[in-house]
Structure formats: C-alpha cells, structure tokens
Design a binder for this molecule. Structure first.
Ligand SMILES: *Cc1c(COP(=O)(O)O)cnc(C)c1O
Length: 351
C-alpha cells in the first residue's frame, strides 16, 4: 500500500486574489481601504529589531489586556489567535468532537466546510431562506455544534440578537460560535450574552474594521470554561502563536478608539451612498450591515461583470456556486475608489 493512502487529503479554501499591482482597485477581500490607526504607526516605528531575539509572551497578556479594557470583559474570558481563521480552526478542533453533525448555513463563509473536512468533523448545511435569512428552526435539532457569521458573509445580512439568543438557548449541549468579523459596521453584537450562556463563543478579527489584515490577529470572547479549553488546546499545539509585533500593534489599535470609530463610520456612509448608486444602475441586494454589498444585476450576469471589471483593473469577488452565481460581492473602498467603480460600471452597462 502506498504511503499516500494514509494522507489526509483536503480541498483547500481559496482566498480572494492578492494582486501585486498597486494600481488595482481592490474590492475583493473586504479589507479596510484606510490605513490602521496612527497609534499603530507610532508603536511600529518604536519597535526595536533587537526585541525579536526573545520568544514573545506566550499569553500575549498585553494584547489580551487591551481587548479586556476596551470591551470590559475579564481577561480570562478572552482568547487571541493568528487571525480569526486560527481562532475558529482551533475552536473546531477543541469543541466539535461529539461525532454528531455540526450545522452552518449553505451560503456562508466558505472556510467552515474546509475546517470540518480537515478535522474529519461531520457537518450539514442548513439552507438560508429565499431572502438569504437564517431560520432559527433549522438549528433546533440534534447537532455537534453550530457556527455562522453575523452579519453573514457573503450576504451582509445581520440577524437579531433575540433570534441568535433563541438558537444559543436551544443548544445548551453544544458550542455555538458566532463569527462577528463584520459586526463593527453597524451591527449589534451578541457579546453581552456570554455572561448568560456558557456555550457561546463570539469571534472577532482585526482584519476588517481595524484595517490590520496583514498583522493576523483574531480574538474570541466566551465563558471562562470555553476560553480555558481553547487555551489548553493552543498550548498543546504551539505556545507562541502571537508574535511580538502583533501583540504590540494589536494593543496600540485598541487604544486608538477615535480613529477606529471614524473609519467605521466613513465606511458605513460610503456604503449608504453606493447602495443608492447600485440601485440606480439596476442592481438588487440584501440590506448589508457589513463592509461589502452582495449585489445582483437585473440583466447582466455576475460572471461577465466580474470579468469586465477585472479588465479595467477593478477586482470584486464572484463565486460559481449554487444560489450565489448571479451575485458579486463588492467591498466598500474609499469614496474615490467607489466613484471609479461606479463610473466603470456605468460604462460597462452602457448607462
Ligand atoms: C475575513 C473573515 C474571517 C477571517 O478573518 P481573519 O481574522 O483575517 O483570519 C473569518 N470569518 C469571516 C466571516 C470573514 O469574513
């Protein structure tokens, strides 16, 4: 028998393209179009290369403390990792071991099924309704765990705290993960519910609203018990996941609140404006509460728009996948970038 028959084979997640050409208008991976907070630049410039000689603090205490101070959550209820992808992957490994199927929406972040496959976790996708909404009833059956983003990706739809609480309350025997990657763009967080439900894990990232996708920081809030289990798994895998610059710069970002709030507001304002422009050009879309719009044109296919925009140096995201092949996911860029985008769309559509 070949050694290859014992290899764990997976179909990897395909991230959006990262073109090297700086002239490209990049509206394809939901990054923030504005730079990180000025406080981050200051700390970055103050970092000494000599500090890299030593191992970083394995507890990343400074980063954890900054998150604790900002959100008023005790430090022992916070976990940090290398992007929320790391936090979520480790959560799958730690919490989804019942052998029962875990549940997530059919249209959602396309990494969930990849982690399930990687860790041999059985799963069942729950179809969103015709308006791409999550149905609470679908999550009230036997399961080995539940995960969904709120707002959902790539739809941008925000579900209510009361509906999510209904799901969490109905699933006290499994861990429910709410992936709040886009919550800072106008949504209401379910964070307050962690005091009421021991089985709820709320995951966040620095990659979108904090404009720091390049530094790779994600974090999670939960009961002391959940966090302890996650932490035990982490220390059984790699003690030093958080490197020194990440710890320092992550803490600096939390400390610069005014800038953070201003950029989030700016993105929401641009989103409001672009929704009007897209509507006028014949697009329909769910009411996004994220930093992207998931839009479908009344008569031109998403595939052809995707290609035409790409030819003009504007990258958006398109999936050839059931239910969503007619849609483009358009990240909200700066006002200048979005004006160019609308102008080129007009040209392509002949309007
Ligand atoms: C971007 C994104 C993530 C991953 O973010 P990182 O922190 O950069 O790993 C996780 N979940 C959803 C829904 C996302 O859109």
């Amino acid at each position: 028998m070949s050694w290859e028959s014992n290899v764990r084979k997976v179909v990897p997640y395909t991230p959006g393209e990262q073109p090297r050409d700086k002239n490209i208008i990049k509206l394809n991976t939901n990054e923030c179009p504005y730079p990180p907070a000025p406080g981050v630049e200051k700390v970055l410039k103050g970092l000494s290369y000599e500090d890299l000689r030593l191992y970083p603090d394995p507890e990343a205490s400074k980063l954890v403390k900054s998150i604790s101070d900002y959100y008023k959550v005790p430090e022992d209820q916070i976990f940090v990792g290398v992007g929320s992808d790391d936090v979520i992957a480790l959560s799958f490994l730690t919490f989804f071991n019942s052998g029962k199927k875990i549940l997530f929406p059919d249209v959602t972040y396309s990494f969930y099924n990849v982690w399930a496959e990687l860790f041999d976790i059985p799963y069942e996708r729950q179809p969103l309704d015709d308006d791409f909404r999550i149905r609470a009833e679908d999550y009230k059956k036997e399961n080995g765990g539940i995960i969904f983003p709120n707002p959902n990706a790539p739809t941008g739809i925000l579900e209510s705290t009361s509906m999510i609480e209904e799901i969490v309350a109905a699933n006290k025997d499994s861990v429910v993960i709410v992936d709040e990657a886009y919550i800072d763009f106008g949504g209401e967080s379910v964070l307050p519910l962690i005091d009421k439900y021991e089985n709820l894990l709320v995951v966040r990232t620095y990659s979108k609203s904090r404009a720091m996708a390049g530094i790779r920081i994600g974090y999670a809030f939960g009961s002391g018990k959940l966090i302890k289990y996650l932490s035990d798994a982490k220390f059984s895998y790699n003690s030093y996941t958080m490197n020194l610059p990440s710890i320092e710069l992550g803490a600096a970002s939390m400390a610069d609140d005014e800038y953070f709030k201003t950029t989030c507001k700016k993105i929401m304002e641009t989103r409001r404006r672009i929704k009007c422009e897209l509507k006028a050009l014949g697009f329909t879309f769910p009411d996004s509460q994220a930093n992207f719009i998931f839009a479908k044109h009344e008569n031109v296919s998403a595939q052809s728009l995707f290609c035409a925009l790409k030819a003009k140096g504007i990258y958006v995201r398109h999936w050839n996948a059931p239910r969503i092949e007619d849609y483009l996911r358009i990240t909200i860029g700066t006002d200048e970038e979005m004006d160019r985008f609308i102008e080129e769309l007009r040209d392509i559509l002949g309007k």
